[in-house]
Design a protein around this ligand. Structure first.
Ligand code: UD1
Ligand code: CA
Length: 456
């Protein structure tokens, strides 16, 4: 079966009150249209067409990496008119699937079920039973329960308005028939629009049966029209992510207080996540990792048995097994920590490697550095890697001990097992195994007198 999916995304979205096109608004850092596109990719043998509106150029530009054909609908004359814009790409033998670009939580499994109902004798329609069907097209059925037509809210009579089975807008049928039905659409209705929904009555007249599939929930087929609905679907999406994580063996202290804005390329078992943790981008997390409250973890690779304490930020970094990070630590891009590394509070690491067993426990900045194994970097140590124009490297040999409050002015090499006296400003390479320090000798002045305030 060869599928052509037509995603309708030309609507204005005025109720978002936004300068951005509606379908570019995001759920979990991903555009609404991107969610729909990704879902459609889960169907095999599928070609995607996207109908975008006047002024929708930014949509096309933003999402131009899609493997899709973009088609402009210059005027929004209705859903039927929107599909007409793509119809010359449709061949008789195709199965055509219609999706909406503003319905982000639709599941591919639902579509697969729907598509099974398509044949030259039947049209497949996705419907939903609604608590409040206001605004939706109503599914009209005869005494035998067979669908006879869809009537839009604005065209419905009082008894039709009582129907609580709504049209999701999502349907599928054979190309040959769709081409023929679209050619017969008129805009003779309350909104003077070309309604795609009118093809249902035509299909019935042609002797087809309308086979319906029910959406798994109202939220699965909810379209975003305003920011309230956007926020609602964000929460629904996050709840789904939380349940999926728990199913895979992750403990969430509170499934309502985690946000996943991306994916897990690897996920171990017995990961324990405290509240208000945000995962972004593509993360790889090993087994038995413990993540404290309020951490943000983005594009990170975290090996097993790592403990990340509260309020830490990790971005584009690698953390080796059995390491301990935080609380209040910041690992910036291109940080690579080996195993058994300790990074403590108010420590920032950028574009640096830290070898096995090293400790940087308090109030330090380490940037553009190579830190050896079993190094101890004392509180308040700073690698001065930047002269205002260029960046330079600091290399610290295995077993070195850097006294507190030292500045290492790069480029500089600290030898293996070297010790740097506290409070030193190191401007030259220091030899292995020796103590190096640079500070004024301590003096006490016995004759010194504290100034006294003169009485007036
Ligand atoms: C449509 C359906 C209605 C269904 C409802 C579900 C029709 C006539 N009505 O109504 O039965 O219950 O969706 O939300 O189909 N669009 C275009 N070009 C257009 C018009 C719309 O691309 O000219 C796109 C919109 O961007 C949107 C989708 O089609 O993604 C639906 O449009 P919308 O205006 O929301 O349709 P409704 O009138 O709500
Ligand atoms: Ca709508």
């Amino acid at each position: 079966m060869s599928i052509k999916t037509i995603i309708l995304a030309a609507g204005q979205g005025t109720r978002m009150r936004s300068s951005r096109s509606k379908v570019l608004h995001e759920i979990a850092n991903k555009a609404l249209l991107h969610h729909v596109y990704d879902t459609s990719l889960e169907l095999e043998n599928n070609k995607v067409f996207i109908i975008y509106g006047h002024g929708g150029e930014t949509v096309k530009q933003t999402l131009n990496h899609f493997d899709a054909t973009w088609i402009e609908q210059k005027q929004q004359l209705g859903t039927g008119h929107a599909v007409q814009q793509a119809i010359h790409h449709v061949e008789d033998a195709d199965t055509v699937l219609i999706l909406y670009g503003d319905v982000p939580l639709l599941k591919s499994q639902t579509l697969k079920t729907l598509l099974q109902d398509v044949s030259s004798q039947s049209l497949a329609l996705l419907t939903v039973v609604l608590d409040d069907p206001t605004g939706y097209g109503r599914i009209v059925r005869n005494a035998d329960g067979a669908v006879t037509k869809i009537v839009e809210q604005k065209d419905a009579n009082p008894s039709e308005l009582l129907i609580n089975e709504g049209n999701t807008g999502i349907l599928a049928c054979k190309g040959k028939q769709l081409i023929e039905w679209l050619g017969r659409l008129s805009n003779n209705n309350a909104q003077n629009e070309y309604y795609l929904t009118d093809i249902i009555e035509m299909a019935v007249a042609d002797g087809l049966s309308i086979k319906t599939t029910q959406a798994s929930s109202q939220d699965e087929v909810l379209g975003v029209n305003n920011r309230n609905q956007l926020a609602h679907l964000e929460r629904v999406y996050q709840q789904q992510q939380a349940y999926s994580l728990m199913e895979k063996g992750v403990t969430l202290r509170d499934p309502n207080r985690i946000d996943v804005r991306g994916e897990f390329a690897e996920l171990g078992q017995d990961i324990d996540v405290d509240v208000n943790v945000i995962f972004e981008g593509v993360n790889r997390i090993g087994s038995n990792v413990k993540i404290g409250a309020n951490c943000i973890i983005k594009n990170a690779t975290i090996a097993e048995h790592v403990e990340i304490l509260a309020n830490s930020l990790i971005e584009d970094a690698v953390v080796g097994a059995n390491s301990r990070i935080g609380p209040y630590a910041r690992l910036r891009p291109q940080t690579e920590l080996a195993d058994h590394v300790h990074i403590g509070n108010f420590v920032e690491i950028k574009k640096s490697t830290v070898a096995s067993g090293s400790k940087i426990n308090h109030l330090s900045y380490v940037g553009d550095s190579e830190v050896g194994s079993k190094v101890n970097i004392g509180a308040g140590t700073i690698t001065c890697n930047y002269d205002g124009v260029n960046k330079f490297k600091t290399i610290i040999g295995d077993g070195a001990f850097i006294g507190s409050d030292s500045q290492l002015i790069a480029p500089v090499v600290i030898g293996k097992n070297a010790t740097i006296g506290a409070g030193s400003t190191i401007t030259k390479d220091t030899p292995a195994d020796q103590l190096t320090l640079s500070r004024a000798k301590q003096v006490s002045i016995a004759t010194w007198q504290r100034p006294v305030k003169k009485e007036k």
